[in-house]
Structures are given as structure tokens and as C-alpha cells.
Design a protein around this ligand. Structure first.
Ligand code: HEM
Ligand SMILES: *[C@@H]1O[C@H](CO)[C@@H](O)[C@H](O)[C@H]1NC(C)=O
Ligand SMILES: *[C@@H]1O[C@H](CO)[C@@H](O)[C@H](O)[C@H]1NC(C)=O
Length: 331
């Protein structure tokens, strides 16, 4: 009797499980309608504040897009990047990739405070970051996509995770690919998401090595166009000027398009991590060429890969919390 009940249970699981869509939506437990009842205006509010900030300063779109990436690669997309230091929390804002570099926190604060007025204690900071990344892409001319929602916010930060998981601009191709794979992303995601460098800026310190001493032999990176390198050296000296800013895509610096990939083909990628997508691996090189040829194919894959980025180990259900202020955990 017990056996036959067990058998029936097992049988129905095997037969019906493949048809159960309960939890297998795009984004696992996350879904775009998450706030439809609890905060129907969430998307409108996020978009209006991002739009205002980007109008005021076009670079803000890039900064917000990058913030989502730096959030998701550390403990998952849980807004850990937004926490300030306090008590036992050491802020990720102090890590190598973020120090003097990550920005946009005031815009996230403004969105959070508007949402706390509209629907108190409902929308997570992690979801705000994800929506702001999508809106930043659209506002600069990139593709749009439905954003799976329902993330919750972390109760802590990880400065070691921020230092170790986020790729550095002088990492080898293999190291960067490994860091993506550790987050469940593949080589297609790596190339498509690197296309984010079609907007935004980099500091001199992030690529200086390429201009003067790429491999330790006192020579510049031979995969960098020599005229472009000479031009960059005038504003990025051997020493000093660490914080001087350079556009990542010199053709259309504030427009989201596929010039990033076309630049790579012309040996005019700014970061070493950009150019090696073309020079160190045949699979990624083929993808660079494909996206350089077709803006549509780039946009289509970028949208898909952004959803995959946003799905990295979110906190859902009763895990984590909905922060009242994005910079600190609730007391
Ligand atoms: C593939 C490995 C990656 C590396 C090594 C890398 C590295 C960097 C570096 C060094 C900068 C300049 C930072 C500075 O000097 O202040 C930068 C900027 C930027 N990155 Fe990446 N990145 C990578 C992937 C990504 C991804 C996946 C995204 C988004 C999905 C992204 C979005 C951006 C944006 C938009 C900027 C400009 C930010 C601004 O102007 O404020 N990056 N990245
Ligand atoms: C990469 O850059 C960091 C920081 O500037 C430097 O300490 C390190 O030696 C560089 N690594 C390589 C392999 O060049
Ligand atoms: C280049 O880097 C190597 C190794 O870091 C160092 O020994 C050498 O002095 C540097 N050369 C120049 C010209 O800066």
C-alpha cells in the first residue's frame, strides 16, 4: 500500500514535472510582473529618474549599467555593491574595481526614495539596479527587454568578492572567461556584455600599461593601433594623470551601438580586456566580427545576456530583505 502510493507519487512527478512551469520562468524565481499589484508604477518611476539623470549627464547611463554588473558578480544581484561601510560591513565601494571608479549611487538613492513614497518597503534596491541598467541601455539607443523582477537585498557585502570576481582590465582572456563561467555566463555572454563598453569612460590608470610596458619589455601593446596609442599617451602620461578620463568608444562615445566591435577590428579597443576578445580566442573573435557586422545581432544577444547577468543567484522569497535605504541594511 505504502509502496504503491510512493509509486504513484513518483510516477506523477516524472510524468507531470516536465509540464510544470511553476518555477521555470525566464529568470528562475524572478518574473517581470512581480510588482504588478504591489507597485504598478515601479518601471515608470525608475525610468523617469534615470532619464532625468542621463539628460543632466550622459555618462550616467554607463555608470548605472556598470553598477549592475559589479553588483551581480559579487554574491549575486543583491545590491551588495550599494552598502556603505558600517558595523561589520566593509563596503565593496573600496575594492580595486570600484574605488575612484564606481558611480551613480546618488541616482539609485533618488529612485529608492521616490519608490518608498509610492509603495513603501516593497521594491528592492537590487531590482532598482537591474531596471536602471535596462533603462540606461534604452536611453542611449540600445535594445530593450523585459526585466525579470523579485530580487531581494543582501544583509552584507564582500570586498574580497569584489576584488576577486570582477575581471580586471589586464587579466588574460582565460582568466576573464573563467570569471564569467564561475557566474554561469559563457563566452557569448562575455563578448555581448563587453559591448557595454560602447558607452562610458575609463581612467588612464586602467589602460596605461598598454601604452608603455604591456608585457614588461618596455614596449606598448602591439595590438593597439600606434597612432591611437600616441594620441592616448598625450593625456595618459607614464606617471601621473591616473584619473584622467577617456571614452571607451571613440567613435560614438555616448551612443549605445556596435561601434565598440568595429573599433576592436581597427585595433582601437581602449582596454586590453577589450582587444583580447579579438586577438586571443577564435570563438570570441568570430563573435566580435559578427557583432561588428550586425547591430541587430548584437542588440538581440545583448538583451538576452543582460537577463542572464541579472539572474545570477538572486535572493528570493524570505531570504535577504527589502532595504529602506540602499546604502544600509535595515535595523
Ligand atoms: C569583461 C570584463 C570587463 C572588464 C575587464 C571591464 C573593465 C572595465 C574598466 C577597467 C572600466 C573603466 C573603469 C575606470 O577606469 O574607472 C570599465 C568601464 C565600464 N564598464 Fe566594464 N569591464 C568588463 C565588463 C563589463 C560588463 C559585463 C559591463 C556591463 C554589463 C561593463 C560595463 C562598463 C561600463 C558601462 C563602463 C563605463 C562606466 C562609466 O563611464 O562610469 N563592463 N570596465
Ligand atoms: C595588472 O595591473 C595591476 C594594477 O595596476 C598590477 O598590479 C599587475 O601587476 C598587472 N598584472 C599584469 C599581469 O600585468
Ligand atoms: C617594464 O616592466 C618591467 C616588469 O614590470 C620592469 O622591470 C621594467 O623596468 C619596465 N620598463 C619600463 C621601461 O618601464
Amino acid at each position: 500500500m505504502v509502496n504503491s502510493i510512493n509509486f504513484l507519487l513518483l510516477f506523477s512527478l516524472l510524468v507531470f514535472a516536465p509540464f510544470c512551469h511553476c518555477k521555470k520562468k525566464v529568470g528562475g524565481y524572478l518574473y517581470p510582473q512581480f510588482y504588478d499589484d504591489s507597485c504598478p508604477k515601479v518601471e515608470e518611476i525608475v525610468k523617469s529618474i534615470v532619464a532625468k539623470a542621463v539628460t543632466k549627464e550622459p555618462r550616467m547611463a554607463a555608470s548605472l549599467l556598470r553598477l549592475h554588473f559589479h553588483d551581480c558578480f559579487v554574491k549575486g544581484c543583491d545590491a551588495s555593491v550599494l552598502l556603505d561601510s558600517s558595523g561589520t560591513i566593509i563596503s565593496e565601494k573600496r575594492s580595486n574595481p570600484n574605488r575612484n571608479s564606481a558611480r551613480g549611487f546618488e541616482v539609485i538613492d533618488e529612485i529608492k526614495s521616490a519608490l518608498e513614497k509610492e509603495c513603501p518597503h516593497t521594491v528592492s534596491c537590487a531590482d532598482i539596479l537591474t531596471l536602471a541598467a535596462r533603462d540606461s541601455t534604452v536611453l542611449t539607443g540600445g535594445p530593450s527587454w523585459g526585466v525579470p523582477l523579485g530580487r531581494r537585498d543582501s544583509l552584507g557585502a564582500s570586498i574580497s568578492g569584489s576584488n576577486n570576481n570582477i575581471p580586471a582590465p589586464n587579466n588574460t582572456f582565460q582568466t576573464i572567461l573563467t570569471k564569467f563561467k564561475l557566474k554561469g555566463l559563457n563566452i557569448v555572454d562575455l563578448v555581448a556584455l563587453s559591448g557595454s563598453h560602447t558607452i562610458g569612460d575609463s581612467r588612464c590608470t586602467s589602460f596605461r600599461q598598454r601604452l608603455y610596458n604591456q608585457t614588461g619589455n618596455g614596449k606598448s601593446d602591439f595590438t593597439l593601433d600606434q597612432n591611437y596609442a600616441a594620441q592616448l599617451r598625450t593625456q595618459c602620461p607614464r606617471s601621473g594623470g591616473d584619473q584622467n578620463l577617456f571614452v571607451l568608444d571613440f567613435v560614438t562615445p555616448v551612443k549605445f551601438d556596435n561601434y565598440y566591435f568595429q573599433n576592436l577590428l581597427a585595433n582601437k579597443g581602449l582596454l586590453s580586456s577589450d582587444e583580447i576578445l579579438l586577438t586571443k580566442n577564435q570563438v570570441s573573435a568570430a563573435l566580435v566580427k559578427k557583432y561588428a557586422e550586425s547591430n541587430d545581432l548584437f542588440f538581440e544577444q545583448f538583451a538576452k545576456s543582460m537577463v542572464r547577468l541579472g539572474n545570477i543567484t538572486p535572493l528570493t522569497g524570505s531570504r535577504g530583505e527589502i532595504r529602506k535605504h540602499c546604502r544600509k541594511i535595515n535595523t
